[in-house]
Design a protein around this ligand. Structure first.
Ligand SMILES: [Fe+2]
Length: 225
């Protein structure tokens, strides 16, 4: 993806989020100049991969297969000084913009429709070799437990949520407008915890065609400590 495209997606995301009355922590809108003024007191942001995460899943077309995420809080599997066992993210999915089938090895997550359009998900159980099974899928949705046929569309209206257990394949997209999505989960390392059904790229190659507006978390190694 081009940096200019990432910058523009960030501007649009901030407008969309503000329009829903959701307030973000300060580090989300730190510029590169701001980052130069931040010392080790802020190490947790880099260490735990907080902040911007925008991906086209290697598709080359963000609007067909893509997702914008902001990690608001997270723990750390590798550093015991971080005690937080949970994570929270804010996601934006556009109408028809698919996050492809994947499951998580360790992350159990609730996906919450916080506002905007409807969120549509399809789920499958996975087999021992990572295959999709055709067995009925247990849907855990706002205190209700029920079964649907494998791959049946499940719709989340505003305020509704679904609990996705480890090993449960899920894909999703928005319907009827851009959807503001909350994610509450156990702590998460996206470098190793995603098992996509079809091989995709989780983090985009970036063409630096203009200056960085706000760094992605994957840009943090470039920032000096
Ligand atoms: Fe997921």
């Amino acid at each position: 993806m081009k940096r200019s495209e990432l910058n523009q997606l960030m501007r649009e995301a901030l407008d969309f989020i503000a329009g829903h009355g959701f307030h973000l922590p300060p580090f989300v809108t730190w510029t590169m100049e701001d980052w130069k003024t931040k010392n080790q007191e802020y190490a947790e942001i880099k260490d735990n991969m907080l902040g911007w995460d925008i991906t086209d899943f290697g598709s080359g077309d963000f609007y067909s297969h893509g997702l914008l995420l902001i990690t608001l809080r997270n723990g750390n599997f590798h550093d015991p000084k971080y005690k937080k066992p949970y994570a929270e993210k804010l996601l934006i999915a556009r109408e028809g913009q698919v996050t492809p089938y994947h499951f998580h090895w360790k992350k159990m997550e609730d996906i919450i429709n916080r506002g905007g359009g409807r969120l549509v998900l399809k789920c499958y159980n996975s087999g021992p070799d990572g295959q999709m099974l055709d067995t009925p899928v247990n849907i855990l949705k706002d205190g209700r437990s029920y079964f649907v046929p494998a791959g049946e569309e499940v719709r989340l209206e505003n305020g509704e949520s679904i609990t996705l257990v480890t090993g449960q394949y899920h894909c999703f997209w928005a319907e009827g407008g851009t959807c503001l999505i909350g994610e509450v989960s156990v702590m998460n390392d996206d470098n190793v915890d995603n098992r996509f059904h079809d091989p995709v790229g989780r983090f985009p190659e970036i063409e630096e065609d203009e200056p960085i507006l706000y760094p992605l978390f994957s840009d943090y190694p470039e920032l000096k400590d």
